[in-house]
Design a protein around this ligand. Structure first.
Ligand code: UD1
Length: 423
């Protein structure tokens, strides 16, 4: 198992380019199941999760080929409609194949994604939405068995709200299924995340008729077939935000290139409240130089356009060394505070109770041996270790490789002392 050894205390300098969005890439790849022709997705990040999604597609008869940052896909047979447990368990977004498979092939079996360390993550909304389109859904032996009625799915009015509000992948799944349904579908309480918009825009480039993506009401007029397309994945707003926090925590100056600051407004607002010097320049963000310590913040995670849960752990690492007491409220995954226990090993003062973390900033963190528990918590630990005094070892870094491409090499290039070691 690999770990990172980080000697903290060095400031950052230079620039980093943001890769394509993981959370857009995964559902986008799944849409290739719907197309009658070949698809090319560019600006694809080289990530473990993307590889897993490609493996799932391969088992479903999709031929794929990487060329640089492009992935070319083509459906070569439609006989195997089962997305297996051994792949879907590695990555929840494997469930994104459910809607496209059902719509295109009329029948499919997709493994239930299983447990997740960031808290309970049901898929009831996905299933409810597909049932509303006329599908019969049953769960047997750990698999979702979904079947479209004779003549295919039928458009419907669907309310897709859950206890925590909208669901990103449920919206993508139901929207991707409805594109081939007979008649018109309306999704109410649709997720508004930029990744949903990217999937809708890509489907429209294939010939779908989707309007309203990016708002809580999406309308889809069913079409008979979709063609292949060329699609460029949007920049990863979570990766860009992670780099902003890293630069704020370490000091120095960093230019973050090829990002979409307009997708990051709630996050950037919190950064400014914390006193982070961050300036928008077109598709770049320039962070620093920082004058003095950053300040505490009060933040609440909520669906887009509010502050994203996927930036919460990284921001907690910054709050841990900011002046004053921050209150972080997690409304999407109330148990998503795994980073807190490890940050405390590094000297952070954090109390977690009832979906809230109260973080009292300390002057500096100390290097320590810590363990990554999930993707974004690992990013928080990398930030904390880079800013800390002394050396940290972060184990189980396979989590970070799921969502950040060659992070060690990229952070080395901006001055962070980070080494990958095999234990
Ligand atoms: C997506 C992102 C993930 C991010 C999350 C929340 C991808 C591949 N992943 O995950 O990085 O952390 O959005 O922004 O895009 N819920 C239900 N029933 C459902 C589905 C969800 O109750 O059927 C609840 C969840 O438990 C959670 C909330 O809805 O409380 C939002 O989850 P959701 O938007 O579905 O997350 P994902 O799409 O899985």
């Amino acid at each position: 198992m690999e770990s990172f050894i980080i000697k903290g205390g060095r400031s950052v300098r230079g620039s980093l380019s943001v890769r394509g969005s993981k959370n857009a890439a995964l559902p986008l790849l799944a849409t290739s199941l719907l197309a009658d022709g070949p698809c090319t997705f560019s600006n694809m990040p080289h990530l473990r999760d993307v590889q897993t999604q490609i493996k799932i597609l391969n088992t479903l008869g999709v031929q794929s080929e990487w060329r640089g940052r492009q992935v070319h896909t083509k459906v070569i047979d439609s006989y195997n409609n089962t997305a297996p447990y051994e792949l879907v368990k590695q990555m929840r977004a494997g469930v994104c194949v459910l809607g496209p498979l059902l719509a295109k092939r009329g029948e499919c079996q997709v493994s239930l994604p299983g447990g997740c360390v960031i808290g309970e993550r049901p898929i009831d909304l996905h299933l409810r939405g597909l049932e509303a389109l006329g599908a019969t859904v049953r769960i047997e032996h750990g698999y979702v068995h979904a079947k479209a009625p004779k003549g295919g799915l039928v458009g419907a009015e669907i309310y897709l709200g859950g206890v925590a509000g909208s669901s990103v992948t449920a919206t993508e799944n139901v929207m991707s299924a409805a594109v081939l349904a007979r008649g018109t579908t309306t999704i109410e309480c649709a997720a508004c995340e930029p990744e949903v918009v990217d999937v809708a825009d890509c489907l429209n480039a294939m010939g779908a008729k989707i309007s309203g993506a990016g708002s809580p009401r999406i309308t889809i007029k069913g079409v008979k077939r979709l063609r292949g397309c060329n699609w460029k994945v949007i920049p990863d707003r979570i990766e860009a935000a992670t780099f902003v926090v890293l630069a704020a925590a370490c000091g120095g100056e960093l230019t973050i290139k090829q990002c979409r600051p307009d997708h990051m407004l709630a996050f950037l607002d919190i950064m400014r409240q914390m006193g982070v010097t961050v300036e928008r320049r077109g598709t770049s963000l320039r962070v620093g130089p920082q004058s003095g310590r950053t300040k505490a913040c009060d933040l609440v995670t909520l669906p887009y356009p509010a502050f994203p849960t996927d930036c919460q752990a990284q921001t907690m690492a910054l709050a841990a060394i900011s002046q004053g007491t921050s209150v972080i409220t997690e409304r999407i995954y109330p148990e998503r505070f795994m980073a807190a226990a490890e940050l405390k090993r590094m000297g952070a003062d954090i109390r977690v109770a009832n979906g809230q973390a109260v973080v009292t900033g300390v002057a500096h963190l100390q290097g320590a041996e810590v363990m990554a528990s999930d993707l974004r918590a690992s990013a928080a630990l990398v930030i904390a270790a880079a800013a800390a005094k002394g050396t940290s070892t972060i184990s189980r870094i396979y989590h970070i490789d799921r969502g950040y491409e060659r992070i060690d090499e990229r952070l080395s290039s901006i001055g962070i002392d980070i080494q990958r070691a095999s234990a």
